[in-house]
Design a protein around this ligand. Structure first.
Ligand code: BES
Ligand code: MN
Ligand code: ZN
Length: 492
């Protein structure tokens, strides 16, 4: 699928489908599409129940020589516009146009003065064309159609380039998260990292189980102890000419989470191939960053392990010494993410970044608190969290801050026999997990943690999502980096 800018007028374009993004205010007046088409559409609208509400569409077949199909797609009220409305609208158009086997589509928005609208339309188009059908031996034809060209009226070249990089990166993450545990394990995940490194000119270091032992990464080793595939630490680096700042991303890379000896009940074990989503985000990020020409030195760290029961498994009651010297008492082997991330956060801190952002499908408690469509955000720095959340508003990835300043709650991660315990009871489970991670972040480093349990995966089709992995989080990180570049070192 090719995306191109279109600068002409909509009434002069000819092709398979014309997609018009309309607000509730625009409904009466389609004259900008040319008199003849405008009349037909106005009549069609008046005969329908279409009111241009968000996420609604009206399809009409024109049998006109210029355009065969017109899709109207609703954006709601103009005063309530959010960029994500345009992303979802573009995705709905792509899904429809694919069904109608269109070859080329022109997307026109009557209102396009909002900053970022064209990039959002590009992102929506690329995200909306995503499917995961590689394991279907019999292809059902309707599903295999691909739109050849999408024109976005009024778009700049940079909107197209950036939107494509962002959305392709998210699709890449979705592909990887959708791969099951028999395909992606710690070793094959590290191979993916190496491949991304080769393609994007990044430095990539992979540490195997023997090296991990020497490095004192007993958290990562213990969690991966019962798997046939041993754990890996992955370290990727993007270095520009004169970096102005060093930034680190850390991802939870549990390639499958069975719970370990504290084994999960069947219903909860389902979707646990997605427990590597944080790691996949880091891979998707590094892959995109290689194409973005940012002024930052960016480090990506992944602790990859498979959490299995077995003779080599770590146990409840075990006491483990981690990379930074702290000891952890294991209360529950299913609270494995924080045990692996502890080692990786320590290691990342040793590289002295100014800030660390970690992403992890860490706690079911986070999904209980916020629902499945909003990720929890935790941070030790107010400016970092307010910038990050402001960006998330623009990317449409719902995030909400949860507090880590409750010192009474913090006492729950203390252990009578070790420095910390890996599980602190039901109440505030997402918060105590974040507090655990904080113990392993180096002094003076700004840190932000995204708990994406729930948002990494969706059971329903919605907007630009289809069932399965969402790739949630990666676009917000990319957009945050761009915004940080724009603000400059003074933060203006
Ligand atoms: N990977 C899970 C968290 C999770 C749950 C992610 C649902 C996505 C959807 C994590 O390793 C886990 O098992 N957490 C436990 C922690 C508990 C044992 C303290 C949980 O949430 O139940
Ligand atoms: Mn678990
Ligand atoms: Zn897990």
């Amino acid at each position: 699928m090719d995306i191109k800018a279109y600068m002409g007028s909509a009434s002069e374009w000819s092709g398979d489908a014309l997609a018009v993004f309309v607000s509730e205010e625009d409904l009466g007046d389609f004259r900008f599409l040319g008199e003849d088409i405008a009349n037909l559409i106005s009549w069609r609208v008046s005969e329908s129940s279409f009111k241009a509400q968000k996420d609604t569409t009206l399809w009409t077949c024109l049998f006109d020589k210029r355009v065969k199909h017109v899709f109207l797609v609703g954006l709601g009220k103009e005063s309530q516009f959010q960029l994500d409305d345009f992303r979802r609208a573009a995705a709905l158009v792509v899904k429809q146009a694919t069904k109608e086997r269109c070859r080329d589509v022109l997307m026109v928005s009557a209102r396009d003065s909002l900053r970022g609208v064209h990039q959002a339309m590009v992102e929506g188009a690329v995200l909306g064309s995503y499917k995961f059908s590689k394991y279907k031996t019999k292809k059902d034809n309707g599903n295999e159609w691909e739109i050849e060209r999408i024109y976005v009226k009024g778009s700049g070249e940079s909107d197209i380039k950036e939107g494509t990089v962002f959305a392709e990166s998210q699709n890449f993450v979705r592909d990887l998260v959708n791969e099951p545990g028999n395909v992606i394990n710690p070793v094959s995940l590290a191979e993916k990292a190496k491949k991304i490194g080769e393609e994007g000119n990044l430095e990539v270091y992979v540490y195997d189980e023997n090296q991990l032992k020497e490095m004192g990464m007993m958290g990562l080793l213990s969690v991966g102890g019962a798997s046939k595939t041993p754990p890996r630490l992955i370290h990727m680096i993007y270095k520009p000419q004169n970096p102005v700042e060093k930034i680190a991303f850390v991802g939870k890379g549990i390639t499958f989470d069975s719970g370990g000896l504290n084994i999960k009940p069947s219903d909860f074990m389902r979707t646990m191939k997605g427990d590597k989503a944080g790691a996949c985000n880091v891979l998707g990020l590094m892959r995109a960053i290689a194409k973005m020409d940012l002024p930052f030195e960016v480090h990506g760290f992944i602790g990859a392990a498979e959490n299995m029961p077995g003779g080599g498994a770590y146990r409840p009651d075990d006491i483990i010494r981690l990379r930074n010297g702290k000891t952890v008492e294991i209360d529950n082997t299913d609270a494995e993410g924080r045990v692996t991330l502890a080692d990786v956060l320590s290691y990342a801190s040793e590289q002295n970044p100014s800030c660390i952002i970690d992403m992890a499908t860490l706690t079911g408690a986070c999904a209980v608190a916020l629902g499945e469509y909003t990720a929890g955000v935790f941070a030790n720095d107010d400016e970092l969290v307010s910038d990050f959340l402001a960006t998330a508003k623009e990317t449409g990835e719902r995030m909400w801050q949860l507090p880590i300043d409750d010192e009474r709650l913090r006492k729950k991660i203390k252990s009578p026999v070790a420095d910390v315990v890996n599980s602190a009871g039901r109440y505030g489970g997402a918060i105590t997990a974040a507090m655990f991670l904080q113990e392993f972040v180096g002094e003076g480093i700004k840190w932000l943690h995204v708990d994406m349990a729930g948002t990494d995966n969706t059971k329903e089709e919605y907007g630009y999502y289809i069932k399965g992995a969402t790739g949630f989080g990666v676009r917000t990180c990319l957009a945050w980096l761009r915004e940080k570049e724009r603000k400059g070192p003074a933060g203006l």
